[in-house]
Design a protein around this ligand. Structure first.
Ligand code: DQA
Length: 142
């Protein structure tokens, strides 16, 4: 089976995972978790990109969105605001999976709407960092 190329994209404030609101987002940095993921999925080529800037996230979606097997995106607060990221996902051919660490539906009402969900293949919400592992499993089982 050929190696699957998977791009993980994290949006604003997710560079602070492990330090940021640990009761909501846990104690582990994404870099540490990414090492766990790479060990768990030796048949995948996984790439990790994080940016606090909307345009940089859009550029990354354009860059990988016609050749990679999947994009897993946690757009952070841009999930709830960004028509531009939704349009970038609409523009590409690679399937995109939306993930959230917290269960956004248990939180403030402004987190209940996502501009991205309707243009994504599916959404995985509320399983902590394990949301990313579930997303990769779904790519491998597709
Ligand atoms: C988040 C949920 C968003 O509402 C929030 O703005 C984030 C993280 C999550 O992974 O739970 O930054 O996407």
């Amino acid at each position: 089976m050929p190696m699957k190329h998977i791009q993980i994209i994290n949006g604003p404030n997710l560079n602070l995972l492990g330090k940021r609101e640990p009761t909501v987002y846990g104690n582990q940095s994404f870099e540490a978790y990414f090492d766990v993921l790479k060990t768990k999925f030796p048949t995948c080529e996984m790439f990790y990109f994080q940016s606090n800037t909307e345009g940089a996230i859009i550029d990354k979606i354009h860059e990988v969105g016609f050749t990679y097997d999947a994009i897993i995106i946690n757009a952070g607060a841009y999930t709830h605001t960004s028509v531009a990221i939704a349009d970038a996902i609409r523009a590409i051919t690679t399937p995109v999976i939306e993930v959230h660490i917290s269960n956004v539906f248990k939180r403030e009402a402004f987190r209940h709407h996502s501009y991205l969900s309707e243009v994504c293949k599916g959404c995985i919400v509320g399983f902590g960092l394990d949301s990313y592992r579930l997303a990769i499993d779904s790519v491998l089982n597709a």
